[in-house]
Each structure stands twice: as C-alpha cells, then as structure tokens.
Write a protein of this length. Structure first.
Length: 175
C-alpha cells in the first residue's frame, strides 16, 4: 500500500462465458462483475482496422465483408491478418471460401458446431432459425445460450442467426 511502485498498479479482471459446466449462480466467483456487451464495429472502424494491417479497404469491399461477418472484431481481424499475409488472396476468394471447411473461419465454425453437437437441444433450436429468413421465437433459455455463444441476435423476443457466415456454414453442415 505504501510501496511507491505499487501505488500505480490498477487491476482489471476480464472473463468470458461459454457453456462448459453448470455453475451454481449463488456460489460462482464469476457472478460478481458487471457484464459489458461489446457491439459490432461499424464500417468506419472496419476500415480503420484494415488500415492497421496496411490494407486499403474500399467501401464496397468493407460492405461485402460485413455482409458475411458483420462487425465482429475477431472475425474481421482474422480476415485482415490473412489478407495482409497473403497479398495474392482477394477479398472475393476469402468471402467465397469463408463458410466452408477450407475457409479461414473453419476452426471458429467447427468449435461452434462442436458446442451445438454437445448440446442437442441447442442444435435443434438453432436449426429452426436456418429454415427461414424470418426471426423465430425460441425458448428463453435457448435464446440466452445461443446468444451467449454468439450464434444469434435477438430482435425483440425473436432471433435470427447473428451473421450470414453462420447461416451459410450451418445450413450446409446441418441439412
């Protein structure tokens, strides 16, 4: 407390949730923080992120990429990292292969698929969203868990797949 170097120390604890085990919410050490929901990037932030990789992203290319992965920071970062390391790769090729087993998002998509397979009730709930382009009302618990995985976006009391990437990949893999 009185040691000069330690007076400037500030500690922030950050955690993320994913369904691995059921925790008793009354005894979990992770229910004391404030939940902060990060929003997707808008086009100006997407272009700024591309610039940090030395890429010049046109409005059209930015809109195409966002049409696939929205403004998801991790998915955008992966795209720009890949494009900067592979100068011969085009945005069109990246987007064409994105929802496939040979695309740059394959590991992310397989992890989500594995989570769904391990939870058949969530798998069935998510499949309902893939059979229509309209928002679908799911059980509140399913909505919460699918939203926690990042797979759905709630619109009122209904939901849709969060990104076109998820709609395309899971439509192909689950049907």
């Amino acid at each position: 407390k009185n040691n000069q170097p330690w007076t400037k120390l500030r500690l922030i604890v950050v955690y993320s949730t994913e369904v691995y085990i059921e925790l008793d919410i009354n005894q979990s050490p992770f229910n004391v923080g404030e939940a902060v929901e990060l929003s997707d990037f808008y086009l100006d932030k997407v272009q700024s992120l591309a610039g940090r990789y030395g890429l010049s992203l046109s409005i059209e290319s930015g809109q195409k990429l966002m049409g696939m992965v929205g403004g998801h920071p991790y998915l955008l970062n992966l795209a720009f990292s890949t494009l900067s390391k592979n100068p011969n790769m085009t945005m069109d090729h990246l987007l064409e292969t994105a929802p496939t087993e040979s695309g740059i998002y394959r590991h992310h998509l397989r992890e989500l698929l594995n989570n769904l397979i391990l939870h058949p009730n969530l798998l069935e709930a998510f499949k309902k969203l893939l059979t229509t382009t309209k928002a679908v009302r799911l059980e509140p618990k399913d909505t919460y868990l699918l939203e926690s995985l990042g797979l759905v976006k709630a619109i009122g009391n209904d939901c849709i797949p969060r990104y076109n990437l998820y709609r395309q990949y899971f439509s192909n893999r689950l049907f």
